[in-house]
Each structure stands twice: as C-alpha cells, then as structure tokens.
Design a protein around this ligand. Structure first.
Ligand SMILES: Cc1cc2nc3c(=O)[nH]c(=O)nc-3n(C[C@H](O)[C@H](O)[C@H](O)COP(=O)(O)O)c2cc1C
Length: 542
C-alpha cells in the first residue's frame, strides 16, 4: 500500500552528495505563465474591485473578500526590467501551482443560475465555467443555499518546470498554505471553511471541469486537491450524507456540513460549460515519477469519525487582521544578530498547537506534524535542539523510534516542548536546510516531522498529500505569527532529508521530515521597488 509512496518519497530526497532529479538548470523559454485563464468564459470582477459585479449580493461580496485575503495578489515587485507579482499565499519558488474554483448559487448581478467559476487572481475576477439548474443547487445544499464551495487544484508543471521530480511535494505544501489562507480569510469575513473528506478526487475533477479533455487541448492539466465548504459561522446547515454506520463508513460528525455530492455532480455534468484553458508553456519536460505518485495518492473519498482533539486549547495572542495577511512576505535573508524573547517564541509555538479554532478546524484529522526546533537566538531559552509535540502520543513514540540518547527535559508549563540537546546548532541547522544561511541566522529554524507510516496505514496512500497539507497549514500560521511580531519567516522546501532524520536518530519511515521553516530579523532588498497587488489599491494600501 505504502510502496509507491515510499518509492516516490525516498526517490525525491535530497542527499548531501546528490539532489533529487531535476533538469539542473532553468529553461527560461518554457517558463510557465503564472496565471491560468479560460478564453471564452464570462469574466466577473470581484469585490472589493471598484467595478465589481454583484455588489448587491452578500455572497458575492463574501466570496470577493475571502479570495482577496487568501489567494489574491499582495504586491508587485520590480528590479530593473523584471516585474513579478506576489500573493497572499506563499509558494515554493513563487511558481504558484494552486488554482481555485468556486461553486455558488445564483448571485444578483453575477449570475441568475448557480455556477462553477475559476478564480483569476491577476484580475481578482471569477471566470464563469459552467451554469447549471437552480433546482439542483437547492436540493444539493438542502437549506444551506448561501453556503458555497471552494475547490483547490494543482498544476504540477508549474513547479516541475523548476524543481523536477520533487515538485509534487511542493505542490502539496502550497496547497496546505492555500487551505490555511482560505480558512483564515473566511474567519475575517465572519465565516467558516471546512474540508469535505467525502469528495473523491474524481468528484472534485468533475465538479471543477478539470476532467474535461475538450477544454484542455494543448493546456497543462490540473490535479484535484481538496474541496471546502464556506458557511456563516453559526450555521450548521447540512445534514450528513449518510447516517448509516459501517466499518468502511463510520458515522460522520453531526456538525460536518456535507452538501449532496451526487445532485451537484449530476447537475454540472448536464450544465452549460464555456471557456478553454490557456497553455502555460510551449515546451514541457515529462516527469513520469510525478504522474505515478499523483495516481498512487488519488483519494477515493471517505466518511470519517470526528477525531477528538487530545490536547488542551493553548492561548493564542491574537488572530491576524486583513492588513497583516496582505503584508505577509518571505524573508530572503536575516541579519544574524536580532533575537526575540522566550515569551514571544512560546506564543508562536502556542499558535501552531491544534485547537478548535481557525485554521485547524478546516482539517478533519488530528495533528500529525511535530516540530524539531533549532533554537539560535531566543532570550531566556538556551540555544539547542528542542521538540514540540503537537499530539499527546508523539513524545513517547518519537523517543522509542529515536536511536539517540537525549535530555527530553520539559521546558514549559503547558506547551509540550522538550529540550533534547543544549548547544550552538546554527551550523547544523544551516547544513541540513540545503546550506541556506536563513536556517542558521534567524531566531530559530525547524523541521516538521510527520508521523508518516502510521498515518498512511490509518488513512491510506492518499493521506501522503494531507501530511504535506498539514505542514503547509503550520507554515502559514508561522508566517503570520512572524509578521505579527514585526519579524519575518520563510518556508524551506529544500533540505537534506535523511541527515535531518539522523539528527533525531530516526531510521525507517515511522517519522519523516516534510518541510522546514525559519524566523528571524529580515534584511530588506532595497534594490526592489514595490507596488500594491491591484491597480485600484494604489493610494489605498501603498
Ligand atoms: C513550500 C515552500 C517552500 C519554500 N522553500 C524555500 C526555500 O527552500 N528557500 C527559500 O529561500 N525560500 C523558500 N520558500 C519561499 C518562497 O520562495 C516564497 O514563498 C516565494 O518566493 C513567494 O514570496 P512570498 O512568500 O514573499 O510571497 C518556500 C516557500 C514555500 C511555500
């Protein structure tokens, strides 16, 4: 079962002597277009664009606000003749493989019929791909017609163009960041967003139209990711899909909002589709390893038992506001001098502990990612290597799996934070993060250690993707925490896998490091000029 996952995961590890397979150089002639569009589809500018359609529709305003603050453009940067956009959600190499689709009921000024839309972040507009029967929407949403769906897909080619075979991992990290960004933006709009595990990848592909060969002639294909339902915070509008428990289909959570899949899929299959996907690059390199792991990890969909959160709620300092999510940026270098107080560091770690609130409540599984911390400059916390266990079972299991003797000293009253070794670990942190100085020159950096084999055994091979998604959600929270502290973070996808495992004395696949992160005092690149994400924001945000 995990054979294909192990083969891909091991086959795309970076080793000191050998990086995962890629072209080894950048073929600028085939650089993919960062923006997908559908020629022939109607375009609907979104709130808060001054020319927004449907400003009389509360749902259209809600959709516009949430997309603006999750997947919209947050800046344009320029250096000499090069100009490039950055987004609210981060992406490995700024390549942005994640696409978003919205499915919503009739919206005054936008569409009289329920419809499937593609989100175009370059224009902050919806492209209408399909309209379908109003009766189908009403029956599928069963009293929750004001709710809407957002599906996320990945264009593997965008990442593979630069990173070759390891790119599938980066697409999943980025999808996780996008999930967190959507959930946090929904909270800012007074809404909830929750993933729907019942939808298979084939269902998501059918709903979004990414399985329509005729609309993708010459265009790079998209891979289904996940689908979330967005509802008002108080509403529990949907009845469960099935209330008949069976060993394969345990009872779903009574709170789970689950719109009827069959009715919607049937309606869009019979719907009126418009638009043809653009081609992003003229030339492509085929990375069949990516096709294989995508096929091996396609989700058949599942009904799930709610999994109890086994940890107490840790206090969070504050939720981000809209200005903070728009200002999030990755540091490109740190000054190697600044420090933070232990209280601030603990607040950041507290914010990544799972709890009932956003963004964690978008996910349906219990925490599988733990943090191996390399602490460099935190006043009141000795430099050294620490472990933050995000699940109560983790310390014992990691301790049992580790072939090394560590201190395992609890070093906080309520956080499950353990000192493993004290001492200067800057060179080690930098070395294992592909020799990137940002991992050694910040306050701390970390490796996200996934509870790997047990998770794949519990939830199947498709859960390989979910492990990366969770790491992306953790990363998104850290980005925002860093920003709120007046400091800066950076996600690190490039690390030497097995040397990280060796730090903990881990062998085999019980635990695997999936993603790294670092936080410190940023040094700005003053050669770059910056403009707001959209022309209409000049003078408003600048
Ligand atoms: C999954 C992931 C992996 C990343 N890996 C690295 C990395 O190894 N080194 C680095 O300097 N930046 C890394 N980044 C940061 C990206 O380069 C950055 O997000 C992108 O350029 C967009 O800039 P922004 O985050 O300021 O919007 C990573 C980001 C993500 C989301």
């Amino acid at each position: 079962m995990s054979g294909a996952v192990h083969a891909y995961h091991d086959g795309t590890k970076h080793h000191f002597q050998k990086f995962a397979r890629s072209l080894g150089y950048l073929d600028w002639a085939s650089q993919p277009n960062p923006f997908r569009s559908f020629a022939g589809a109607d375009d609907h500018p979104l709130h808060p664009r001054p020319d927004a359609a449907g400003s009389g529709s509360a749902t259209a305003v809600e959709i516009g606000g949430i997309l603006r603050h999750s997947l919209g453009l947050s800046a344009w940067k320029q250096f000499r003749d090069s100009r490039w956009s950055l987004r609210v959600n981060p992406s490995s190499g700024n390549l942005h493989p994640t696409e978003a689709y919205v499915v919503a009921g009739p919206m005054a000024g936008v569409s009289d019929a329920p419809a499937v839309y593609h989100y175009a972040p370059d224009r902050h507009a919806l492209e209408r791909r399909c309209t379908f029967e109003p009766a189908a929407w009403t029956s599928a949403m069963a009293g929750g017609e004001n709710a809407w769906l957002i599906a996320l897909t990945s264009i593997h080619w965008r990442e593979a163009w630069k990173y070759g075979e390891r790119a599938f991992r980066y697409c999943q990290h980025d999808l996780g960041h996008a999930i967190a960004a959507v959930r946090i933006a929904a909270e800012l709009a007074g809404c909830r967003a929750q993933m729907l595990p019942g939808w298979s990848h084939a269902d998501i592909a059918a709903l979004t139209g990414i399985d329509r060969d005729e609309d993708y002639v010459d265009a790079e294909r998209e891979e289904a990711g996940c689908i979330l339902v967005v509802t008002g915070r108080q509403s529990s509008v949907f009845s469960p899909e099935s209330s008949v428990p069976s060993p394969q289909s345990p009872v779903p959570s009574p709170q789970s909002p689950v719109p009827s899949r069959e009715a919607l899929l049937d309606a869009v299959r019979r719907g009126r589709w418009t638009g043809r996907a653009n081609q992003l690059s003229e030339d492509h390199v085929q990375w069949t390893f990516i096709d294989e792991i995508a096929a091996a990890t396609r989700d058949p969909g599942r009904t799930i038992l709610p999994i109890p959160n086994q940890l107490p709620d840790y206090p969070i300092t504050r939720l981000p506001d809209r200005a903070l999510v728009l200002q999030r940026r990755s540091a490109v270098s740190f000054d190697g001098r600044g420090s933070i107080d232990a209280a601030r560091c603990f607040a950041m770690l507290s914010a990544v502990m799972p709890r009932e609130g956003p963004p964690w409540d978008a996910l349906w599984w219990d925490a599988r990612i733990h943090l191996l911390l390399f602490v460099h400059r935190v006043n009141g916390l000795d430099p050294g290597i620490y472990l933050l266990a995000r699940h109560s079972s983790a310390p014992d299991r990691i301790r049992a799996a580790s072939g090394r003797e560590f201190l395992w000293e609890p070093c906080h009253d309520s956080l499950p934070l353990f000192a493993l070794v004290r001492g200067d670990c800057r060179a080690l942190a930098q070395r294992v993060s592909c020799d990137q100085a940002i991992a050694g020159e910040g306050f701390f950096s970390l490796g996200m250690i996934a509870d790997f084999d047990a998770s794949l055994q519990a939830f199947g091979a498709a859960f390989y993707r979910h492990l990366f998604w969770e790491s992306g959600v953790v990363g998104q929270v850290l980005y925002l925490e860093a920003e709120a502290a007046g400091t800066r973070g950076t996600g690190i996808g490039c690390f030497y896998d097995d040397p990280v495992h060796d730090v903990l004395g881990l062998t085999g696949h019980a635990f695997q490091s999936l993603y790294h992160f670092t936080i410190g005092s940023p040094v700005e690149d003053t050669r770059l000029s910056t403009e707001p994400g959209y022309a209409w924001e000049r003078g408003v945000l600048a």
